[in-house]
Design a protein. Structure first.
Length: 162
């Protein structure tokens, strides 16, 4: 069984680092591009247009843009370092499901090649896997943080690094 456990840990690390790369790469195109805004993308939604149009208003667009840019960066860094993975993976699932809805032209997602399911759903599944498998404990900082007195006394902090 130790060989299977080693393989599982390697797979968990692989998925954690590849998802970290996915979020960090997205952030690199957003955080460092002063012209980036969510308006261009969200104003072209189809199935849930009325829901997403709210986020393109002059008041909401800068807030939404900031949250998307730095949310991607924070999730990517969290996954890379293996710190608060349960929290970042949960937020990542929410983002992936939101992006899936935003790309929807029911029953197609983004193009006629994707019927109901696309990579956003797959990424959400991987993030759920990482949260459930305590991926931050596999060559990450969550294992060390879980042993700290401050974390062990706080239910909210324990949940994030569990």
């Amino acid at each position: 069984m130790p060989q299977a456990e080693s393989f599982d840990r390697g797979l968990i690390l692989f998925f954690r680092l590849t998802m970290a790369w996915t979020f960090l790469y997205a952030a690199s195109h957003q955080v460092f591009d002063p012209t980036f805004t969510v308006v261009g993308f969200l104003s072209h939604t189809k199935t849930f247009h009325n829901l997403f149009a709210v986020f393109t208003t002059p008041v909401m667009a800068p807030i939404t843009t900031f949250l998307v840019e730095y949310g991607h960066l924070a999730i990517g860094l969290s996954l890379l370092l293996g710190i608060a993975v349960r929290l970042s993976a949960s937020i990542g699932v929410f983002l992936m499901l939101t992006y899936w809805m935003a790309h929807m032209d029911f029953p197609f997602i983004e193009s006629k090649n994707n019927l109901i399911i696309d990579f956003h759903i797959v990424y959400a599944g991987v993030l759920v896997f990482l949260a459930v498998k305590q991926a931050g404990h596999v060559w990450g900082l969550d294992g060390w943080l879980a042993e700290q007195a401050t974390v062990s006394r706080s239910p909210a902090l324990r949940w994030m690094v569990a």
